[in-house]
Design a protein around this ligand. Structure first.
Ligand SMILES: C[S@@+](CC[C@H](N)C(=O)[O-])C[C@H]1O[C@@H](n2cnc3c(N)ncnc32)[C@H](O)[C@@H]1O
Length: 329
């Protein structure tokens, strides 16, 4: 693990994919027909009592204790189409982001670092792991790049339907019955089933924006990690820094994604929520502050270096970003 941390922080320097993934035809089609929902003010569509704590569910305001259930319903509804929809909505780019995310973490322990313990592997917790996209990549990377066949992943998710899809995929994979993957149904804000200081690497991809209490989840991440362990998050950002590109991108996401959801999965509302939830996620700067507040050190933060100055890495014009934190040793 000791050799893993500096490598991970160095690799924050890797250039982000620069794919221009909004085609001209799509722009024309959607720009002319779509009234951007993003400019509408959030509507309070769920009645809440006066003393109840509220939070957002996309653009709606809901009682805090109802949000996890509403999010669960969304993902139960999309579970069986989730992988296909991901490809359609991102034109396949989510695969490049996930590849880059996992490569930058270099999961697994290379033979040169396990001379005294040849069977040693990392213990990885993939939170909001859904259908297992990130877990597969962790295991593939650790086996093929680091020749480590011992590193294991716990795929954890609040939603049993998403986990069921993940189980199905792993059952048909070479990792089936290797003991390298296990599943845990749990809310990321209360990981009571995971022992404190037991995890080397905690990852969460496109999950944290759905959590009700994101700071609690970060504190749980800190608790379960070993000293020197790494927290890594891949998530959409609420806004692109270039206002013109931002406007084009928002037209695409608010116009196309719910429409694709309607056509392919007969479920416009769930996909409407998914794009609205992106708008509600904190900016990169604010989220980095939350990671720091949970106790993490942010590797690679260097005021003199443009690429890593901020402590996070923007991907594809800043549509998504990677954040990392290290639990102090
Ligand atoms: C957009 S999917 C991402 C799945 C996977 N990580 C990926 O990148 O393909 C978001 C996942 O977050 C899960 N999720 C939402 N709220 C959660 C919570 N409070 N605790 C754990 N998982 C949660 C959902 O059930 C869903 O599987």
């Amino acid at each position: 693990m000791a050799s893993f941390i500096p490598r991970a922080s160095k690799r924050l320097r890797l250039g982000a994919p620069s794919s221009q993934w909004i085609c001209n035809d799509c722009r024309r089609t959607f720009a002319s027909s779509i009234q951007s929902r993003q400019q509408q003010q959030p509507a309070s569509s769920q009645r809440v009592g006066q003393d109840e704590k509220t939070t957002h569910f996309g653009y709606q305001t809901v009682a805090e204790d109802l949000k996890a259930g509403r999010v669960r319903d969304v993902f139960s509804s999309v579970a069986s189409n989730y992988d296909t929809m991901n490809d359609l909505m991102s034109l396949g780019i989510h695969r490049l982001w996930k590849d880059h995310f996992v490569r930058s973490l270099n999961p697994g322990i290379p033979p040169s670092s396990r001379t005294h313990h040849p069977d040693q592997g990392m213990k990885i917790l993939d939170i909001a792991g859904g259908t297992g996209d990130i877990a597969f990549r962790h295991l593939d990377h650790s086996s093929t790049i680091n020749a480590d066949h011992h590193t294991s992943v716990i795929v954890s998710d609040i939603n049993p339907d998403m986990l069921a899809e993940g189980r199905k995929r792993f059952a048909a994979s070479p990792y089936h019955a290797t003991g390298r993957v296990s599943f845990l149904e749990a809310n990321a804000e209360e990981l009571g089933a995971v022992e404190s200081g037991s995890i080397d690497l905690y990852t969460v991809a496109f999950g944290i924006r759905n959590f009700t209490h994101k700071q609690n989840a970060l504190e749980e991440a800190f608790r379960v990690l070993k000293p020197g362990g790494v927290f890594a998050c891949l998530e959409f950002t609420p806004q692109l820094s270039n206002p013109l590109l931002n406007a084009v991108y928002k037209r695409w996401s608010f116009g196309a994604i719910p429409l694709i959801g309607q056509i392919v999965a007969a479920d416009r509302d769930s996909y409407q929520y998914l794009v609205e939830s992106i708008e509600r996620f904190p900016s990169q700067q604010k989220f980095a502050g939350m990671i720091r507040k949970a106790g993490f050190l942010i590797p690679g933060q260097d005021p003199k270096d443009e690429v890593v100055r901020s402590g996070w890495e923007d991907l594809t014009m800043g549509i998504a970003a990677i954040h990392k934190g290290v639990k102090p040793a």
